[in-house]
Ligand binder design. Structure first.
Ligand code: ATP
Ligand code: MG
Length: 385
């Protein structure tokens, strides 16, 4: 015996007053996009969606997809019945026969036209269960199975026994678009996930120093983009050739400032790409104090080159272990730890400066042909859709 529908619950959307329709439509569009390979029907009942008429073999895949749609709080397989006492009783007897251990019945009567009060109805249905299966026992406090009976305004009653939690958040696209600085490491994919969860759709930019960094390093970034796309809409990836810039810095600039200058140039390029492609923010995976380039002084010096876009750093206050935990949960960890080098590890200085100043960074940058190198890198960007 298998449930015939899936109930989808969404949460924070309720808070949005007049904008609610906007958020609901975005969520609906994202659900349809995510399930585009499956056949199903979808209807809206008050504050929920109900998916029906799907192929039973697709059930597990559909649940996995739904769990990754931001804006959904939880989903439940359920039996959908007409709000008809006989029909409900018959179904409850069937469910009772397959049940073991202890249970409780929780009735939620949204339809006040239904003549029996919630508690009374729970007690009544509890009796039906006990009569149908004498091995069962009632436990109101810590039951093995909590059987929820929802009597809704649309003339339907839903019976469900489990709640599968999704990630919550806001539908992707409702907060605008951000440009994620995506390295092959652990942190930046997590940063992208966290901002998508707040409703940003994503583009990504990756700096690549072929042949110092290998083609596998680029493949790894493509794989990370792929995994993130389970949570977001399609991510446009900009791959920026960074070799000449790194060589120029390596030859001309004071070694200790190498990473500082690299970061400043990356951000300048990211800002130009962001503006061209309508991204309202740049997102990085920085975490305060994690490495020399992420001290308050370093962040001040790199941040200062971005003129009028906010930079979002959702991991700034997190420990590495917390970031790794999320990375594991969202499925990027195994790819992130593959051993291919990042461009930041090429020509790595022995003692990177921990407290750089803007003034010294500017002096070092004066030693290379900054504008020319940046233009050239931007002109040679490879766009991967
Ligand atoms: P990650 O795990 O994301 O690589 P990290 O702890 O290794 O981060 P850094 O290498 O100092 O830290 O990078 C800080 C941030 O700069 C990254 O989170 C990412 O947003 C950005 N970044 C670093 N390298 C690149 C790159 N090659 N391409 C694009 N962005 C990068
Ligand atoms: Mg890195």
């Amino acid at each position: 015996m298998k449930e015939n529908v899936i109930i989808l619950r969404y949460g924070e959307l309720h808070l949005k007053g007049n904008n609610r329709a906007f958020f609901e439509n975005a969520l609906l569009k994202n659900i349809k996009q995510s399930l585009k390979d499956f056949s199903f029907e979808l209807k809206k009942i008050s504050g929920r969606y109900v998916i029906s008429n799907y192929n039973e073999n697709d059930y597990n895949l559909i649940i996995e997809k739904l769990k990754k749609i931001f804006g959904l709080v939880s989903v439940s397989p359920a039996f959908e019945l007409s709000t008809d006492k006989e029909e409900i009783i018959t179904k409850c007897m069937e469910i009772a026969k397959e049940l073991t251990g202890s249970f409780r019945i929780s009735t939620k009567r949204a339809d006040k036209k239904f003549p029996v009060k919630s508690d009374e109805f729970s007690a009544f249905i509890g009796e039906i269960f006990l009569n149908a299966n004498s091995n069962l026992k009632v436990d109101l406090h810590n039951p093995d199975t909590n059987i929820i009976i929802e009597i809704r305004e649309n003339g339907k009653t839903y019976i469900l026994t489990k709640i599968i939690y999704a990630h919550g958040g806001m539908p992707v696209g409702t907060a605008g678009k951000g440009l994620l600085m995506l390295s092959g490491g652990i942190d930046s994919p997590v940063a992208g996930y966290m901002m998508a969860k707040r409703g940003l759709s994503l583009n990504a930019i990756h700096f690549h120093s072929f042949p110092y960094t290998s083609l596998q390093a680029k493949e790894k970034v493509l794989k990370l983009k792929d995994i993130l796309e389970d949570y977001t809409s399609k991510i446009k990836l900009f791959v920026v050739p960074f070799t000449k810039i790194q060589e120029a810095i390596h030859i001309n600039c004071y070694e200790e400032y190498m990473i500082t200058i690299m970061r400043r140039i990356m951000l300048r390029i990211a800002e130009r790409v962001a503006k061209k492609y309508n991204c309202g923010t740049i997102i990085t995976g920085e975490s305060l104090g994690q490495v020399a380039s992420q001290t308050l002084e370093s962040i001040t010096v790199t941040n200062s080159v971005v003129e009028n876009l906010p930079i979002f750093r959702p991991l700034i206050g997190m420990d590495k272990s917390e970031i790794m935990k999320i990375s594991n949960e969202i499925g990027t960890y195994e790819t992130s730890i593959l051993p291919y080098e990042d461009c930041c590890t090429v020509f790595l200085p022995k003692n990177p400066v921990i407290k750089p100043t803007i003034k010294k960074a500017q002096v070092e940058e004066g030693k290379i042909n900054l504008d020319y190198l940046i233009d050239e890198a931007i002109n040679n960007i490879e766009i991967i859709e």
